[in-house]
Design a protein around this ligand. Sequence first.
Ligand code: F0G
Length: 476
Amino acid sequence: MAHHPPEPFRIKMVEPIKLLDRDARKAAIRRANYNLFSLRAEDIFIDLFTDSGTSAMSQAQWAAMLEGDEAYAGARSYFRLAEVIQDIFGFSYFLPTHQGRAAENILSACLVKPGQYVPSNIHFDTGYANISVRGGHPVNLVIDEAHNPTVYHPFKGNMDLQKLRDFIKQIGPHQIPFGMITVTNNAGGGQPVSMENLRAVSQTYKEFGIPFFIDACRYAENVYFVKLREPGYADKTPLEISREMFALADGITMSGKKDGIVNIGGFIAMNDKALFEQASNELLIREGFPTYGGLAGRDLDAMAVGLREALREEYLAYRLGQTTYLADRLRELEIPIIEPPGAHAVYVDAGQLLPHIPQEQFPGQSLSVELYLEGGIRTVEIGSLGFAHPDPQTGQMVHPKLELLRLALPRRVYTQSHLDYVAEILAKTAARREQIPGYRLIYAAKLMRQFTAQLEPITLDVHPSEPSLELSMLQV
Ligand code: F0G
């Protein structure tokens, strides 16, 4: 198999994109208060903001949508999706939701009580917020290698088993309503978790009587890493490896917007009947009737087909090949990235690229703004803007260990020449790195502030004398 296999599809419909001139880009980012969430999509040339809901659906998915059954209850679309979910994931029950965070909300609403703790390798921000708003404490227990961007580890998303065991003993299992693990570990660089680690995590939770849920958004990509890197899996199909993985868990939360290759959709699945009944009631209040859960019938059909397509081997080889290609180009250009690259994104180590910008001035955000200015590229900060949290005991802001910039690749959307362009723009930006400023917050919401934050650049020769909003948030 080629290192960067060609696309296992050809293009039959195109969507034009346009590069604004530099002055227009400058005006657009200023209007957006230096927050790329506030840009208009039409002002973006290459959008690597997220791989979530931005992928291209196949002709089979579009065809399936025409067969969508919009009956309020018991639609055919529901049963078609149920069959696929049963086949791949194998849980006794599932409920469709409009996206992943709705599944997380329902799980947290059912299980989390104030003061309880939920461990994971690294919680993604939506899961983190959903546990927090119920009064719970999300805890990240990933292996130490995850925090070292240059060290090679085939499964940098693994949970630190000793830390997990110590944590459970320290807190007491009755204070842990469920345990999680994210595959692949998005907030830690899109790194995979090995089957061996998943097995051990599952056994640990079982030993203490703690239900085990997988955040399965990018499970197919994780499965392919297991096939490529873990001894004993080379001859197994992605479907076989998936079944083995999910047999270890009591349930999952899933965003279909990733490895369901749909523009909207998700679900929660579980084995526990009582939890299913409770979750169905939550779903009725928040999402809809249990056979559609906040989606149209056609969305359920698109997800049923997409879930199968995401497990095709030629697709997964191409998918991992694309990120490998971009990572290879960036390495040649001496741009520091998290090694090895994940499947859905390449993460640039903005902290290392911009050492003159301290964490509280958001180096990842700063690099993100510059890539837009330089070449109309939209990326996302995975650093202190999105992931710094007040310590529950002291209220002090705890910064993440790494300040990253994520270049996420939507599935089946951009070609290799788009990726060449991205690498070129990053190199041009890096060449003038000393002139790149840090940022300060002028507005921030209490939770998930990255979505609506407003920022302004800090002139390089002036140090901020006023306390930043981040500091004043501590007093709230
Ligand atoms: N879990 C993980 C690991 C995620 O990456 C996401 C979404 C979610 C849960 C929530 O799913 O968006 O369908 O509600 N991640 C997107 C991203 C937003 O850009 O990485 P959702």
